[in-house]
Design a protein around this ligand. Sequence first.
Ligand SMILES: [Zn+2]
Length: 449
Amino acid sequence: MPRLELTRSVTVELDGIAGIDELEAAALGFARSAPGMVVAEAVEAMVEDLVGEVCGPFGLPIADDEQIEAPWVCPGCGAKQGFRRRGRQVRRRKLTSQVGVIEMAGKMVSCRRCDKRFAPIGQLIGLAPRECRTEGLAAAAAALAVEVAYAKASRLLAEVGGVSLSARSIRRDLLKGASVRLGPPEELEELPVLLLDGTGERAGEKKNGVELHLAVGIVARKQAGKRRVCQVELLGATLGEGWGVLFDLIGHLRPGLVVVDGEEELSTLCAKYFPTTPRQRCLWHLARAMVRLARYNDGVGSKIIDQAAADLQAIFDGAWMERDLSNALECLDLLADNLELDSAKAAATHLRNARDEVFTFLSNPQAGTLLAGHKGRPDVGTGVLERVMREMNRRSDVGVRWSVEGIRRLLMTKLEHKYRRGRWAHSEPPSATRAVRIKLTDPALHRAA
Ligand SMILES: [Zn+2]
């Protein structure tokens, strides 16, 4: 198809001196209506050109077998040749987009083979028959709705973007495009550190809700000013499914180290799926679990608990300073013995069960090199993951009980947005291609008066 060029002029009228508020309001009104009109006109002109090229000019139809292959197919019989002009669509098609409403009507054609009458406009610009919102708008609305409630997203879109889209539509679009679960990026196989953790979400019938399971990888660490920051990649996410489902998604990966939070099932599955990979217990989770068990299961006083927490921290610090594995293990055993003597049986047992996973940063120093965090200390925690969990919970903790399906799709979309997956996988939007250019024609408009 030959190049298509449309030029429309812009008229700016000022009645005397105009203030910035009036200028801004007038320009905003223009900005909210003009782009949609320009797009509609361009589409109509493009369709007109193509129909003319295939069917011939008005009143001078090209014979069927002399026609070129059309850039559309007959929806009735699949023919690509043999079409006649059949006037223009009576009803204008309304499409809500990121640049406002686009209202257009295209030329109709009829198929000589099956007599079907249709408008090729949808096929030509890539719109499904009943599509009334662009993909771009749906993605923009979803990006808002993963941060704030649906109703608020709708209000913000109207106030800031001038686009009217109901909360219900935003919700429907978001749920429609969401993944059920997420796996690792295709090209990834080896990675330094794999972190696994779960969090509860208030959803479904069960009192405790459902579990969101996450696997993220630390693929690199770099210095950003004074801080060292992790480059984090999402490896897997499931909601309301057993850990086994997540492991099936990530089982082919080859991590250098796995960091787990202390759930027994998690450690068992790690041993099964990553038998040769060293496992490091998240030290933050370990300390927290010890305190919680001593307080609620063993019912011991806070003096004993505070002492044990201080002892455990001292053991971690000492292990890092002295790098003596057998001494560190002895200290940990001693702490467990002391807890037992103080009737904190559950806390003691928890420490003993964790024994083989606590000092992996000493027994396998190479495996954890990337973990060196604050002051070079091993950042052997799932802290990175905890932050993601908190971010997820900020959106889901809105005082309502979600349906499992609703929260699943919302959180999967949120993760897709955060890690540039799914509809955000391509950072360049299609509108940035150079096939279409829109600009002001008259350079005088740029000149300062
Ligand atoms: Zn046909």
